[in-house]
Design a protein around this ligand. Structure first.
Ligand SMILES: Cc1cc2nc3c(=O)[nH]c(=O)nc-3n(C[C@H](O)[C@H](O)[C@H](O)COP(=O)(O)OP(=O)(O)OC[C@H]3O[C@@H](n4cnc5c(N)ncnc54)[C@H](O)[C@@H]3O)c2cc1C
Length: 601
């Protein structure tokens, strides 16, 4: 039994992303406003100076933050109307935006940029830099920030109420034994715990499962964003220009699209998003991105440039229908952890920040009434419903579902949804796909309550048999699932100038993990990998992981290929936890400080 220090706080925020940083800062600011109102006669009780902590698994605030990013300033303006005067490190203002449809060789610019992709006047930012700055603002306001502190467990009392979190132990060797520098994690006890861990939060996953927060909700749908920063020769791409693309290299069955954002000093943010609900298990989102860069129009922009940084991160694109219950006794969920991202605009910074600020308003109410149960915390749900978040997310509630019937249906459907405020034929079915497999589990691993859509043609699902047939070169498979990995990316050569293999890219993500620690990627049954998964899906972990973490390696003793996990490459995108067909990969935070270094991304 390990003796752990217990530290009592009032509020603990897990994750120093835009959601929680905005939440903590707004909380500090609004306590003063609330108490002034009481002084002026508003009925109610004052709130004392709260002890607030933010724990962050990265070694500094911003280290694990990866985004595009074009920021809609609506939320930061509410948080801090003079954010520019206060030094918010925006990179540049968007002055021009375009939408391109890419065929294999040509690009067609949409005559009118679709309204959701209009960005003029918004800001291109490095979200990592912005979070670093917001972190400083929080510290100036007296908020305690603990970097290097991954939260590994939610703590509950006997009544199943959340009473805080436990941080990870440090100094355990890969053999599971304590090293001389062993330090047990601490228990941070709090009246309210706020989870803002971003997409596929590891504590949020535990919490949703234990408290059933996804009951009656649609299962989450994720995408993977793969990004590089490039330094370009002057004149290749204008500062302030924003381009979004559709088409090449995604097939018409796969949700995907690219971006090019022109930053200051001839730096370009370029990336590609692939829906992890793809049907062909041979898809490799990293390779899709590399292929995107080989398009003649894109390659022309990158010519003579140099890649300077790389990163990848999952995005929860399910939207409104996939939002969990936002609170339970002693706990609230904010930002991407609670599916606040607008998938149509691929924007979640402003909604994450606003959700945090609304959570903070409810926290004040809770302390004023000395009640931290759902009785008071449900006000958070009400205030989200009454805010502009609801006005923004509800009309696009069916956006991602529209893509389940392919790109052309999606384009027509999205147009209809735009005109009708969200009505169309695309409702999120209970049955969905993840990385080539038909998935029918909820987030807690239980069977889905209902499977709509009737019998599914196995060929159309890209399920195991087809991929096996595909590997054998069979021609009897569906139109999109007949290629093996090499064929799908046959033209893709990693020349290390325009295109990069995963290992080279990972080097540019600045990843580091102490190798003498247990792997933080818990594969619960490696026998499945060497048998069923090889046969049924051709081990898609080797492809969906954008950091070459998973490898099938020949074992001369058993005469078969077995799983090798290079956990030290992990960029914390969480794709494996999401996309593994058997749901046997559990991503947990590694020892504090390990992971990518996305400074400036
Ligand atoms: C490739 C890509 C491009 C995007 N482009 C845009 C864009 O152009 N515009 C836009 O508005 N949005 C964009 N988004 C979405 C946007 O980045 C997110 O919606 C937003 O960052 C969500 O904020 P968050 O605070 O909820 O989570 P995050 O930004 O993910 O922050 C979560 C933080 O919590 C930490 N954390 C996680 N788990 C733990 C734990 N257990 N213990 C301690 N710390 C933990 C993480 O290290 C991280 O620092 C993009 C996202 C991606 C991935």
């Amino acid at each position: 039994m390990i003796e752990r220090e217990q530290i009592e706080m009032d509020v603990v925020f897990v994750g120093a992303g835009p959601a929680n940083l905005a939440a903590a800062l707004h909380l500090k600011n609004q306590i003063k406003v609330h108490n002034d109102l009481i002084d002026r006669g508003l009925p109610g009780h004052k709130v004392g100076d709260l002890e607030i902590a933010i724990v962050e698994k990265g070694p500094f605030v911003g280290a694990h933050i990866l985004s595009g990013a074009v920021m809609d300033p609506i939320a930061i303006r509410e948080l801090m109307p003079d954010f520019l005067e206060q030094g918010c490190p925006v990179d540049t203002v968007v002055t021009d935006d375009e939408a391109w449809y890419l065929t294999d060789t040509k690009s067609i610019t949409a005559p009118i940029t679709p309204p959701p992709l209009k960005n003029k006047g918004k800001y291109i930012i490095s979200l990592s830099k912005m979070c670093e700055w917001l972190g400083e603002k929080c510290e100036e306001a007296g908020i305690n920030i603990f970097p290097d502190f991954p939260a590994t467990e939610v703590l509950y009392n006997d009544a199943n109420q959340v009473i805080g979190i436990r941080t990870g132990d440090k100094g355990i060797g890969k053999d599971g034994e304590r090293k001389p520098n062993f330090e047990p994690g601490v228990d941070l006890l709090a009246k309210i715990t706020v989870l803002g861990e971003g997409s596929r939060g590891s504590l949020a996953k535990q919490l949703m499962s234990r408290l059933g927060l996804m009951e009656d909700k649609e299962p989450q749908v994720f995408s993977l964003g793969v990004k590089e920063l490039w330094e370009l020769p002057a004149g290749n791409f204008p500062e302030g220009k924003v381009v979004h693309t559709l088409g090449f290299p995604s097939d018409t069955e796969t949700y995907g699209g690219g971006w090019l954002y022109g930053m200051k000093n001839n730096v370009l943010s370029i990336g590609y998003v692939t829906g992890l609900d793809y049907k062909d298990p041979m898809i490799d989102p990293h390779a899709e991105f590399q292929k995107f860069k080989t398009h003649p129009e894109v390659a022309k922009i990158l010519a003579g440039g140099k890649m300077i940084k790389y990163g990848a991160k999952s995005i929860n694109t399910g939207g409104y229908w996939t939002m969990p219950k936002l609170y339970a006794d002693g706990v609230m969920l904010v930002g991407d952890s609670a599916s606040f991202l607008n998938g149509q605009r691929i924007k979640g910074i402003h909604t994450a920040m606003k959700s945090g600020m609304l959570a903070a308003d409810t926290i004040i109410l809770a302390f004023a009434s000395n009640d931290f149960t759902s009785e008071t915390l449900h006000h958070y749900h009400e205030s989200v419903r009454m805010s502009w978040i609801h006005d923004e997310l509800f009309p696009v509630r069916n956006f991602h579902a529209a893509f389940q019937r392919g790109r052309w249906s999606a384009l027509v459907n999205s147009g209809l949804q735009y005109i009708t405020g969200g009505l169309a034929w695309g409702f999120m079915p209970h049955e969905y796909h993840v990385a080539g497999h038909r998935r029918m589990e909820q987030i807690d691993g239980s069977a889905s309550p209902a499977v709509t859509g009737g019998a599914v043609d196995r060929k159309q699902t890209g399920d195991g048999r087809e991929s096996q047939a595909a590997d054998a070169g069979s021609s009897s498979v569906g139109p999109f699932y007949h290629l093996n990995h090499a064929e799908r990316y046959e033209d893709l050569k990693f020349d290390k100038q325009l295109t990069f293999d995963k290992i080279t890219d990972v080097y540019h993500a600045g990843v580091s993990h102490d190798e003498d620690q247990p792997s933080h990627l818990h594969v619960l049954d490696t026998e499945i990998c060497a048998t069923r998964c090889t046969e049924e899906y051709g081990n898609p972990c080797q492809r969906f992981c954008p950091a070459a973490v998973y490898e099938m390696e020949a074992n001369p003793q058993t005469g078969r290929r077995e799983l090798k996990v290079n956990f030290s490459n992990c960029v914390h995108c969480k794709t494996c936890d999401i996309a593994d067909p058997y749901q046997i990969i559990n991503w947990v935070p590694p020892e504090g400080g390990g992971g990518p270094n996305y400074k400036g991304m």
